[in-house]
Design a protein around this ligand. Structure first.
Ligand code: IPD
Ligand code: CA
Ligand code: CA
Length: 270
């Protein structure tokens, strides 16, 4: 991608591909039967919808930038030959999908080298297309979005998720939640990490944290938060969140307060 024109063409085609994949997911949602669910692991469901949606996205992305690499939830990794890598979660919120809860998304990010340059999160049932391009801002259905201006944790609405591989983090997570319920306006668990991040980016929620996520859950959403003026870090305040299995994303104002609350419980003996 060398010129603005090439970028504009790429984003238009990518958005069309995501919408088309969203249409497929929406159609399947109308008549989906729980008997079609398989388990990759305990608590980790997958269906033919996840796999088919990923194939559609992969095929389309490959045509857009031939020779690109992939980091995909269902299909694993393909090494990049041109410096670009797609990071794709074809259906984020599979548990909601399989239970008929209409809150799930498609998450597609494009990185060049180590830097995520483009991110799309599509709320399939609300037809909300969240998009961010590094250095160019974040948008919801084409309109600029900003993270919220609330300054105190006490009035903030915070979201989290419980990782599928819970054992490693559950006790710690519950101790953090106990503090947070006490010190915030409220805590939510909505079921799609990509949408949790998109909601922080558009100011519906002030903060989000989760243990144990993978790059495809958060690559696009983290860019959305950053481009909307928010802050993203790991639990040490550093930037190892994409592969580091811990992410904190906020509107920026409450970042230190929430980080300290988490860190207090991570310290040995807390
Ligand atoms: C899951 C969702 C959920 C989060 C889990 C993820 P999936 O992704 O993002 O909100 O709490 O940790 O694995 O499996 O539905 O794509
Ligand atoms: Ca996911
Ligand atoms: Ca998924």
């Amino acid at each position: 991608m060398h010129t603005d024109t090439e970028l504009t063409r790429l984003t238009a085609q990518l958005e069309a591909l995501i919408r088309q994949t969203g249409e497929f997911i929406r159609r399947e949602f109308e008549h989906f039967s729980f008997s079609k669910v398989n388990y990759k692991d305990i608590n980790d469901p997958v269906s033919y919808v996840d796999v088919s949606a990923e194939n559609m996205l992969m095929e389309g992305c490959n045509k857009l930038l031939p020779g690109s690499g992939f980091i995909n939830e269902e299909g694993g990794e393909i090494r990049s030959e041109n410096g670009f890598t797609w990071i794709i979660d074809p259906l984020d919120g599979t548990t909601n999908f399989t239970h008929g809860v209409p809150h799930f998304s498609i998450s597609v990010a494009l990185s060049e080298g180590d830097e995520v340059k483009l991110g799309y999160v599509y709320h399939v049932m609300l037809d909300e297309m969240y998009m961010a391009a590094r250095g160019a801002g974040a948008f919801l259905n084409g309109r600029p979005i900003r993270a919220s201006g609330l300054e105190k944790l006490k009035t903030s609405l915070v979201v989290t998720g419980f990782p599928y591989h819970r054992k490693a983090w559950l006790d710690l997570h519950l101790r953090i939640l106990g503090d947070l319920v006490d010190r915030s306006q409220g805590v939510r668990r909505l079921g799609s990490a990509a949408l949790d991040l998109a909601y922080v980016a558009c100011g519906r929620l002030e903060g989000y944290f989760e243990f144990g996520l993978s790059p495809w859950d958060l690559a696009a959403g983290a860019l959305l938060v950053q481009e909307a003026g928010g802050t993203v870090s790991d639990f040490e305040g550093g930037d190892n969140y994409l592969f580091g299995k811990q992410i904190l994303a906020t509107n920026g104002h409450i970042h230190v307060e929430l980080l300290e609350l988490i860190q207090k419980r991570i310290l040995p003996g807390q």
